[in-house]
Design a protein around this ligand. Sequence first.
Ligand SMILES: Cc1ncc(C[n+]2csc(CCOP(=O)(O)OP(=O)(O)O)c2C)c(N)n1
Ligand SMILES: [Mg+2]
Length: 629
Amino acid sequence: MTEQATQRLTMAQAIIAFLKNQYVERDGLEQSLFAGCFGIFGHGNVAGIGQALQQMPEFRYYQARNEQAMVHAAVAFAKTKNRLQTFVCTSSVGPGATNMVTGAALATINRLPVLLLPGDIFARRNVAPVLQQLESEQTQDISVNDCFKPVSRYWDRITRPEQVLTALPEAMRVLTSPAETGAVTLALPEDVQTEAYAYPEAFFRKRVWHIPRNRPDRRALEQATAWIRTSKRPLIVAGGGVIYAEATDILRRFVDQTGIPVGETMAGKGSLRYDHPLSMGAIGATGTFAANRIAREADLVIGIGTRYSDFTTSSKTAFENPEVRFININVAAFDATKHSALSLVGDARVTLEELLTLLDGYSVDSNYRTQAEQLHTAWEEEVERIYTIRNTPLPSQGELIGAVNELSDPSAIMVCAAGSLPGDLHKLWRARHPKNYHMEYGYSCMGYEIAGGLGIKMAAPDRDVYVMVGDGSYLMMNSEIVTSIQERYKLIIVLLDNSGYKSIGALSRSLGQEGFGTRYVYPHNGVLPSDAAGADVQTLPVDLATNARSLGAHVIECKTYADFVAALKTVQTTDRTSVIYIQNDRYVAIPNYEGWWDVPVAEVSEMPSVQAARAEWAAMRAQERYFLG
Ligand SMILES: Cc1ncc(C[n+]2csc(CCOP(=O)(O)OP(=O)(O)O)c2C)c(N)n1
Ligand SMILES: [Mg+2]
């Protein structure tokens, strides 16, 4: 064996020394994959990864308040960077680790890269059970970190220091793969983290991982061309893949040349500017009437970078044309083959470029184009109508969304994740650039909003970041306001208080259940009052504005729409994270525009309203289709 130069480091030091030398390159643009490491220290990582970070301050360490939140921040950062950069997240053993499981699931579902380094129980075992260890009577080869397995795209436990020599390259392969990316978890036993090994120096050399723009099979492209040329009513469904591939310019050219209208998913909104005449806006359960009407009769659906979630397909009821077929452009074969599609497995940008060349001279029938353009105009009028509602005494959510949209800088980024806001924003937000609308709707995780906003601001410090958050989500996770103050990343948080869950309240009422369990009010005779109790309830003495102030934010409390407009102007010059607090109406809703979402209704109930909802549900359920090609 030839002698290799080595460096004696602890396993944790070797990890950080390796990670700081990992770069990615796409289209000739090179950057380091990791912007640093978020972490919360405990006995499971303080002397391992914690010591390594202290020794290598060039790999920037950021303190977080909650492990779940730090993964959200990392993932939101990665989404803003089109998956070309992300963070490492280090936690202690036990609860610190399991707090990250939700974040891992969110990352994997949304196909966003993040590297998780939870501390793990002792590999040497002699002192077991260590504080916070889950013991098993069947095996000693188990810890709570096994919970990460189903939510990680790559999972490993490092029981000897030299194992990182083979584990870290695997982690990099997955993190830098557009098709396979998601959460990568390396569970690090707290003793092994501190153990030394003579690592080959070559391991720490700068490495550049090329992010490919793979091209689909030529024959499949030709077949797709033939399908498009013979279709009468084609529709593009633009998903997150369009944005991650930076394919929005070619998409616009594709649409201009072919006249094919575009509906957008939650992750794909912003693929085409809202004011493009062939933008049908949001599609599916939270879609516009424009997109949903075009979808209903489409004979060809071209899905680009979409997973076809139930929100996108209106739970498989959106596409009613008996002849409908699908062409799916996707980096992941898994998604490309959905709906028995003709699969174009490849990068959205290069695939659209090749397809457009092959479609030279093709354009949809002018009647169809005119119909789509008219629907676009009608939809824009509907948005205008909702933006100009002035509801009293409490403002409506729609008008508040309108104010944020119109008074925010066009370059800003708006972030949201759960509650009634995502559905309303999907319909109403006028996306002016591909990053304008940042919606985490793969996991729709309450608590992502503020933590995610922090990650976005770190990725795009020159842009204003508007966090749209409900009172429920705010209560679930507001801790990263403190981190935003500490690191001087200014967020503009719009906190919409409707005393509970407007979204699930409305869903519950639509299922005949009167909003049971969705209001923040005192129980009455041991039962939480539902919406049937109306205003005859005792409200809670909770003061969220003061809560935000106590965390260091600049807070502006509003009562009216006019106050809200004034606050939106004021926050443009505040010096730190600012919260605009406003109560808004729980009941004024944005209509459903011919979309549907399958939420099964109880088959047996004594409530006539539930029985009626069940009958209505059964009728829609019968319309759900399989797309078998
Ligand atoms: C972590 C998590 N728990 C539960 C849910 C289910 N859920 C979806 S929306 C919602 C209520 C959100 O309340 P709020 O943030 O006040 O928004 P609103 O519905 O009032 O607009 C709940 C409980 C979820 N999406 N995420
Ligand atoms: Mg609420």
